[in-house]
Design a protein around this ligand. Structure first.
Ligand SMILES: Nc1ncnc2c1ncn2[C@@H]1O[C@H](COP(=O)(O)OP(=O)(O)OP(=O)(O)O)[C@@H](O)[C@H]1O
Length: 264
């Protein structure tokens, strides 16, 4: 994948760009806590999480329903703010940024993939992918070119003019992955990206993530599915908002082959 010169400052490059592993973690949480509600209805959704995510790592976040996975992902991506602690992205502390600066940084540095795709129904697949590039300041021509290349990369070169309603769930999620990549984010954050997909579509999306991993893209993946988690480099399990286990998987993405071979 080509890179855009000047988009990132010193210490903010991706592994795929420079091969430089000395820049420190691309994403870092320090003592992160998020509390919802007050009084008797208080819920501590995230409770003192420390996390360093190196450039190029695929991290799976797992744990039982309600343990705080989605809240943690939103905090890491600057969609929500912690009550305590710090979030660092690309060497910059983001939890203290003002709304506009945070929105700008999020647009460029974070690619989100959601369980239910979050595509705009009235826009074509290509327009959905172009939109974040246009919002980040690219010319229409550049945005179109980038969207076409990404749709090709996710195997949907011939579906650019289709509306989301004319695509299968797996195809919609591949459009969503293309959209997440269009601004060459520092991190891709995916919340149950295979949660609404059948087995074949799940495999398509996992293959896509394996391809991203091979290019050095940093990826954080929230998943209930242990087999999906097994395709990561590392698994962090949450219990009641806190990190209960942090396991490096020596085999990492090589589990993908086993998973696909087993299921197919
Ligand atoms: N906006 C909110 N207001 C109040 N409580 C919330 C809110 N969002 C989440 N919570 C609570 O915070 C806790 C963590 O929720 P979160 O969605 O992060 O968990 P999760 O692990 O992603 O769950 P699931 O796997 O079911 O999606 C839960 O107890 C949830 O009820």
């Amino acid at each position: 994948m080509t890179t855009r010169g000047g988009r990132w400052g010193r210490g903010q490059t991706r592994r795929g760009d420079t091969g430089d592993e000395s820049a420190g973690p691309v994403l870092r949480a320090v003592g992160l806590s998020r509390v919802y509600g007050q009084g008797v209805s208080t819920v501590v959704a995230v409770d003192g999480v420390d996390l360093d995510i190196p450039v190029g790592q695929t991290l799976a976040v797992t744990g039982p329903s309600g343990c705080g996975k989605s809240t943690l992902l939103q905090l890491l991506g600057g969609l929500d703010r912690p009550d305590e602690g710090e979030v660092w992205l690309g060497g910059q502390r983001i939890d203290l940024l003002g709304e506009r600066a945070l929105a700008r940084l999020r647009r460029r540095a974070v690619g989100f993939v959601h369980q239910d795709f979050h595509l705009m129904d009235e826009l074509t697949a290509a327009e959905n992918v172009e939109l974040p590039a246009l919002l980040a300041g690219d010319s229409p021509r550049t945005a179109r070119r980038r969207a076409a290349a990404l749709l090709d990369r996710v195997g949907l070169a011939d579906r650019g003019r289709h509306l989301p309603s004319q695509l299968s769930g797996g195809q919609r999620q591949r459009v969503a992955v293309a959209r997440a990549l269009v601004n060459e984010p520092l991190v891709v954050l995916a919340d149950e990206p295979t949660g609404n997909l059948d087995t074949a579509a799940t495999h398509d999306v996992l293959r896509l993530f394996a391809d991203l991993r091979a290019t050095g893209q940093t990826l954080v993946l929230v998943t209930h599915d242990e087999r999906v988690a097994a395709t990561a480099d590392r698994v962090v399990s949450l219990r009641d908002g806190a990190s209960a286990e942090d396991i490096p998987l020596a085999a990492g993405g090589s589990q993908l082959g086993a998973l696909l071979g087993w299921e197919e």
